[in-house]
Design a protein around this ligand. Structure first.
Ligand SMILES: [Zn+2]
Length: 541
C-alpha cells in the first residue's frame, strides 16, 4: 500500500489540473483510500499518470537489423552498467531491449505501442517485448501491403478480407492494425512506389491506395478494435506531400484513423530546394475532423537511424544521403528499409522538418487528439522527449532556437508566429491521457480509482527539460521502480492483446494460400498465447 501526498496532481482525464491531493495505491491499482503502508511526501512535486507512447519502434527484426548497421553509434553510446537491480544494456539510438525498458521508465513512461510488426516475425517481436522490462506493451500488425488482403480487395471481397484481417491480428497476438504506405510497399517489390491515391497499385487492376486505406479503416471500425487504423500515409517525407495527406484524410470519410508521425506528411514545395511547411492546412483540416488522432513524429537535431516498412522511401533517402542502406522484403506481407541519418540545424530540409513537428503540436487545438512522439528512432530517440516538452512550454526558449535556423528556413515555416505555450495539464494529456484514450486502454493515462497504478512524479522546477528527464519517483503497477532518481527495482511489463471476432472457417481459405506461397507452414505461423508474457486479452464486442 502506498500514499502519495502533498503533490500537485495532473490527471486531466478526471478533470484534475494541479490540485494538491493524495493518490492512494493498493494491489497495483489506484484506490480511494489506504490505511497504513508507505507514504511518499511529494510536496514541491507534480504527479502525472505514467507516460504512454502511441508510436515507437523498440522490438523485432528491423531493430536488430538497425543495430547491426550502426556499430559506430554503439561504440559512442552510453552503457548502462549492471547493478544489483538491473542488467547491463547498451544505449545509443537503438538501445537493447533491457535498456529500452529502463530508459522509458527512467523518464516516467510506463506503456509503449510497438507500431510496426510483420506477422511473419511476430514471434520474435514478442520475445523481445518480453525482454523489455517495466513497460506494458501493445503492438500493431502491418496489413496495408499484405497480398492476401490486397487480392481480396481486388476481388471486391471486403467481408472475407475482414475475417482475414481479424484472423491475422489474433495470429500475431497484436492489438491494432498498421498501414504503411498503402500499396507502395507491395509495389516496391517491382522497384515501384504508390504516389497517387487513385491509381491502381503495381500488379493490380482495381486496388488503389485509396481503396486500401478506406477498406482497412472500415474493417478496423467494423471489428470494433479499441485503436483505429494506425496510418502511415503515402509519400512520407516528400516535398509537396501535404496534398496526399489531405486526400488521405478525406478518403477516410467518417471512419476513425490515427495519423502516424504527421510531421513527415505536412510538406509543401516542389523539390528539396523549395520545401516548406504546410502544417497549417493539415492542422485546419484535422481540427475540423474529430474522427482523427495523430502523433507528432517530431524531429530533433542529432544522430539517429531511420527504420520503416516504407522500403521505397528508404531507398530514396539512401540515394540522397549516400549513407548505408538495407532493404528487406517480407514475403507476402510488407517490407523494411533502414538508413542511418543525422538531422542538422544548418540544413534547410532538416530545419523545416524540426519546425513542422512543433507547428503541428501548436496548431492542432485539441491536445486530446495530438500526441508527443518522435517516431523513435526516426525523428529522434524517445529519451529526448523532455527537450520537446520544453519547446512546447516555453515560447521564449523556442524563439531562441528558431533564430539559430538558416534564414531561408525561417521564411518557409510559421513557427516564429506561434505564441502558444503548453500548460502542465496539456503536457499530461499529450504524453499520457490522450494516447491512452486513443489506444482504448481505459486503465491507463489517468489516476482515477481502478486505474493501473502507473505514476510519474517530477520536481516542479523552471528547468523543464531537466524536470521531465529525471523524475523523482516512477511507480509501475504499484511498485516503486525509480526513487530519488535511482532505479530501485525492475518489474516485468504486460502485453495487451486483442481478439477480434472472425469466422473460424476463414482458416480453410488461408491454409492453401500458405501451402502455395509462404516459406513457413500454416501451423507454425500463429503466435501461441503462452509466448506472450503476462498477456491481457481483450475480446472485441
Ligand atoms: Zn514509425
Amino acid at each position: 500500500m502506498l500514499r502519495i501526498t502533498g503533490g500537485k496532481v495532473y490527471d486531466p482525464a478526471n478533470n484534475v489540473h494541479g490540485e494538491v491531493r493524495d493518490v492512494c495505491i493498493a494491489n497495483g491499482r489506484v484506490v480511494a483510500a489506504v490505511e497504513g503502508g508507505r507514504t511518499i511526501d511529494a510536496r514541491g512535486m507534480v504527479v502525472f499518470p505514467g507516460g504512454v507512447d502511441v508510436h515507437t519502434h523498440v522490438a523485432g527484426a528491423a531493430l536488430n537489423f538497425a543495430r547491426g548497421l550502426i556499430p559506430e553509434q554503439h561504440r559512442q553510446a552510453a552503457i548502462l552498467a549492471r547493478t544489483p537491480v538491473r542488467r547491463a544494456g547498451m544505449g545509443g539510438t537503438t538501445p537493447t531491449t533491457f535498456a529500452t525498458g529502463y530508459l522509458y521508465a527512467g523518464m516516467g513512461w510506463t506503456t509503449v505501442n510497438e507500431a510496426a510488426v510483420p506477422i511473419l516475425s511476430a514471434k520474435h517481436t514478442h520475445e523481445e517485448l518480453r525482454d523489455t522490462p517495466i513497460v506494458d506493451k501493445t503492438c500493431c500488425v502491418l496489413m496495408a501491403n499484405n497480398e492476401i488482403v490486397l487480392d481480396l480487395l481486388e476481388a471486391g471481397e471486403i467481408e472475407r478480407a475482414k475475417h482475414v484481417v481479424a484472423w491475422n491480428i489474433w495470429a500475431a497476438k497484436a492489438y491494432g492494425v498498421k498501414a504503411v504506405n498503402p500499396g507502395g510497399v507491395a509495389a516496391w517489390k517491382w522497384g515501384k512506389d504508390a504516389k497517387t491515391l487513385a491509381d491502381p497499385v503495381e500488379g493490380y487492376k482495381k486496388v488503389t491506395p485509396a481503396k486500401i486505406i478506406s477498406g482497412l479503416a472500415r474493417i478496423v471500425d467494423e471489428l470494433g478494435l479499441p485503436h483505429p487504423v494506425h496510418l502511415h500515409c503515402n509519400n512520407l517525407g516528400a516535398p509537396g506531400n501535404f496534398t496526399t495527406t489531405l486526400e488521405t484524410m478525406k478518403v477516410l470519410e467518417a471512419n476513425r484513423a490515427h495519423m502516424a508521425h504527421l510531421q513527415y506528411h505536412a510538406y509543401g514545395g516542389e523539390d528539396w530546394f523549395s520545401i516548406r511547411s504546410e502544417a497549417a492546412p493539415i492542422a485546419d483540416y484535422f481540427n475540423a475532423h474529430p474522427n482523427l488522432t495523430a502523433d507528432a513524429g517530431a524531429v530533433l537535431f542529432g544522430n539517429t537511424v531511420t527504420i520503416t516498412a516504407d522500403g521505397p522511401w528508404q531507398h530514396l533517402l539512401h540515394e540522397l544521403t549516400g549513407k548505408k542502406w538495407s532493404n528487406l522484403d517480407v514475403e507476402n506481407e510488407t517490407g523494411c528499409g533502414i538508413v542511418p541519418y543525422a538531422y542538422k540545424q544548418k540544413n534547410l530540409v532538416n530545419a523545416v522538418q524540426w519546425a513542422v513537428g512543433l507547428e503541428l503540436l501548436l496548431l492542432i487545438n485539441d491536445p486530446w487528439r495530438v500526441f508527443l512522439t518522435t517516431d523513435h528512432p526516426n525523428g529522434a530517440t524517445f529519451w529526448r522527449y523532455p527537450e520537446i516538452i520544453q519547446l512546447l512550454m516555453d515560447a521564449e526558449f523556442r524563439r531562441e532556437q528558431v533564430k539559430a535556423l538558416p534564414a531561408k528556413a525561417r521564411e518557409r515555416i510559421i513557427l516564429p508566429d506561434l505564441d502558444r505555450q503548453y500548460s502542465l495539464s496539456e503536457i499530461a494529456i499529450i504524453t499520457s491521457a490522450g494516447p491512452a484514450r486513443a489506444l482504448g486502454l481505459s486503465q491507463k493515462g489517468h489516476l482515477g480509482v481502478g486505474a493501473d497504478a502507473d505514476v510519474a512524479i517530477y520536481n516542479e522546477t523552471k528547468d523543464i527539460a531537466r524536470m521531465f528527464a529525471y523524475p523523482r519517483y516512477v511507480i509501475k503497477g504499484g511498485e516503486i521502480v525509480i526513487e530519488e532518481g535511482e532505479m530501485r527495482q525492475s518489474v516485468e511489463g504486460r502485453a495487451f492483446v486483442v481478439r477480434p471476432r472472425y469466422d473460424e472457417k476463414i482458416e480453410e481459405y488461408i491454409r492453401p494460400l500458405f501451402q502455395q506461397y509462404y516459406t513457413m507452414s500454416f501451423d507454425n505461423y500463429p503466435v501461441e498465447l503462452e509466448r506472450v508474457h503476462g498477456s491481457q486479452v481483450r475480446e472485441c464486442p
